[in-house]
Design a protein around this ligand. Structure first.
Ligand SMILES: Cc1cc2nc3c(=O)[nH]c(=O)nc-3n(C[C@H](O)[C@H](O)[C@H](O)COP(=O)(O)O)c2cc1C
Length: 174
C-alpha cells in the first residue's frame, strides 16, 4: 500500500528508536518519508505547504512516527497539522483531500505498558493518550487504524531495536 510516513523528533541527535524505525521505513519501495525536522528544523511556521499537501496525493495510508514526549505530539508535528491541514484542503466544503485515506500512528514511549493502563500511573491507555490523532483522522474523513506502539524503549538492546524495525516493516508491507 502506498504510504506516506511523516516523522518528527525534536532532538534528532539523541534519537535512537525513532531514528532506527525511520531508517527501516525509508528502505521500503512503497514508502515516501518526510522528516519534519530534517526539512524545516524547529521552524514552526516554515512549512512548504504545496510540497507537503502534494505528498498526500499518491498515498493511501499516512503514518505518523514520533516519540511520546509529555503524553503528546512533538511541537513540529502539532505545528504541521495546524499549518498543512488547512480549511478548504483537509476540511470545510471543498476540503476532501484526506477522505478515504488511512491514518496510523507509530510511537515509542519510555514508560511501561502497565503505566499506560487504567491501573497504571497515568490511568490512561496509549489509545486514550492518542485520542487527538483519532479525532483528527475521523474529522477529516480518514480511517483510523490501531496504533503501533513500542513501550519501555529507553535502553533497549540492539536486538530489541531490530525487533521494533521488523515489526514496523511488517506493518508497512502489509
Ligand atoms: C522531553 C521528554 C519527554 C518525555 N515524555 C514521555 C512521556 O510523557 N511518556 C513516556 O512514556 N515517555 C516519555 N519520554 C521518553 C520518550 O518517549 C523516549 O525517550 C523515546 O520514545 C525514545 O525514542 P528515541 O530514542 O527516538 O528518542 C520522554 C522523553 C523526553 C526526552
Amino acid at each position: 500500500m502506498k504510504t506516506l510516513v511523516i516523522t518528527s523528533h525534536p532532538y534528532p541527535d539523541q534519537s535512537r528508536v525513532i531514528k532506527a524505525l525511520q531508517d527501516a521505513a525509508v528502505t521500503l519501495p512503497e514508502v515516501t518519508l518526510r522528516n519534519l525536522e530534517s526539512l524545516y528544523g524547529q521552524n514552526l511556521g516554515g512549512f512548504d505547504l504545496a510540497a507537503e499537501q502534494k505528498a498526500y496525493e499518491a498515498a493511501e495510508r499516512i503514518v505518523f512516527l514520533f516519540p511520546i514526549h509529555w503524553f503528546n505530539l512533538t511541537p513540529m508535528l502539532k505545528a504541521y497539522l495546524n499549518e498543512v491541514w488547512t480549511y478548504g484542503w483537509a476540511f470545510g466544503p471543498q476540503g476532501q483531500a484526506l477522505q478515504g485515506k488511512s491514518m496510523q500512528v507509530v510511537v515509542s514511549t519510555g514508560a511501561t505498558a502497565h503505566t499506560f493502563s487504567h491501573q497504571g500511573l497515568v490511568q490512561s491507555t496509549i489509545e486514550e493518550v492518542l485520542t487527538p490523532m483519532k479525532a483528527t483522522a475521523l474529522y477529516v474523513g480518514m480511517n483510523y487504524l490501531p496504533p503501533l506502539v513500542f513501550h519501555e524503549v529507553v535502553g533497549a538492546s540492539p536486538q530489541q531495536v531490530e525487533g521494533f524495525q521488523q515489526q514496523l516493516t511488517e506493518m508497512l508491507v502489509a
